[in-house]
Design a protein around this ligand. Structure first.
Ligand code: SF4
Length: 333
């Protein structure tokens, strides 16, 4: 921001003032009362502080979850979610428009990758949600549409911006990044962001099933992925979370739990079980919450700690990517 101010003929400290206003949620340069008129005019001619447009907002009557569909300046759209937990409020951010990982149960990957999001477009999702809800945000998870390590540079910039003390000032420990298993990304992340939480979308206990559900597994097999996860926990001393969506009759059987427990045994980890959010196009059915609780017990009996994720926003478009997909279909009609 200092460089930007200098480009517009202003001293560096004006850039810091501008940065402070943007993080207070101001998008109208005229409201930035400590900036001189000449700078405001040049900002109006050369810049915009509001890069997203709220296309849809759905609010759950059950638990306060809110889903946002944001329009980007080039006509694309991305989803973000605001969630309320006992420990505070969390925002789930998208890192790409679409996704090229093509996980077979996911709505976000159906139409492939459109483009990477910039760090500004990611931070805007958080700032716009703060502005629209009027609520503080205590935790940010990069778990929306897209594979964060497929857009590593911009995601890294976004993490640093979130942590910036003159900006959003969010602690690194209050941020979670979720990957489908891009091994070189995990290695780099452990070096550069040892304090940020890491989650791995695992969803299967063996290569045969995982490759079927998640094509990324054909590139980095489970042995390689889990070896990298072990290196991560040794380097950072941080517990890793494995996300496991339970699909009825596919990965929710007792033998799946036994195989999964065998593979994770001895690792500093935790399994987060998610009854699948059904997406009509994929044909997969959810195992449901009672089965998820049974599966959790099967893991715990084998020494693996697990929880079942609370289903939030069940009365609004549930699955990740579903809101964006539905909106795109309506536009085509
Ligand atoms: S689950 Fe994640 S990585 Fe896989 S297609 Fe969906 S958004 Fe992409």
């Amino acid at each position: 921001m200092e460089e930007f101010a200098k480009e517009l003929g202003q001293p560096a400290f004006r850039g810091r003032q501008l940065f402070g206003w943007i993080y207070k949620g101001r998008t109208d340069f005229r409201e930035m009362t400590n900036l001189p008129e000449v700078f405001i005019r040049s900002l109006e001619e050369n810049a915009r502080a509001d890069c997203l447009k709220t296309l849809r907002r759905q609010c759950s009557k059950m638990d306060g979850t809110q889903k946002f569909l944001f329009g980007l300046p080039d006509g694309n759209a991305v989803e973000s979610v605001f969630m309320k937990y006992k420990y505070g409020n969390s925002v789930c951010v998208s890192s790409q428009a679409g996704c090229r990982m093509h996980c077979s149960f996911c709505a976000s990957g159906i139409n492939g990758l459109v483009r990477n999001l910039t760090a500004g477009e990611m931070i805007s999702q958080v700032l716009d949600i703060v502005r629209e809800t009027g609520e503080p945000v205590n935790h940010v998870v990069i778990m929306g549409t897209g594979e964060p390590f497929d857009n590593y540079e911009n995601v890294a910039k976004f993490l640093r911006l979130l942590n910036e003390k003159d900006g959003f000032n969010l602690g690194m420990r209050n941020i979670t990044v979720s990957t489908c298993g891009v091994v070189p990304g995990i290695r780099r992340f452990a070096e550069e962001f040892p304090q940020v939480n890491l989650a791995i979308s695992l969803h299967a206990p063996n290569d045969e099933l995982r490759s079927r559900l998640m094509p990324v597994n054909q590139r980095w097999h489970m042995d390689e992925l889990l070896a990298e996860c072990r290196r991560y926990t040794e380097k950072t001393s941080r517990r890793i979370t494995f996300e496991y969506s339970l699909i009825r009759g596919v990965n929710d059987r007792e033998k799946d739990a036994a195989e999964l427990a065998g593979r994770l045994r001895g690792m500093l980890c935790h399994v987060n079980l998610i009854p699948l959010n059904e997406v009509t196009e994929t044909g997969y059915l959810t195992a449901g919450r009672p089965r998820a609780l049974e599966f959790m017990k099967m893991l715990e009996e084998r020494g693996i700690t697990a929880t079942v994720r609370r289903q939030l926003g069940a009365d609004i478009d549930g699955a990740c990517g579903q809101l964006r997909l539905n909106a795109a279909r309506e536009q085509q009609k």
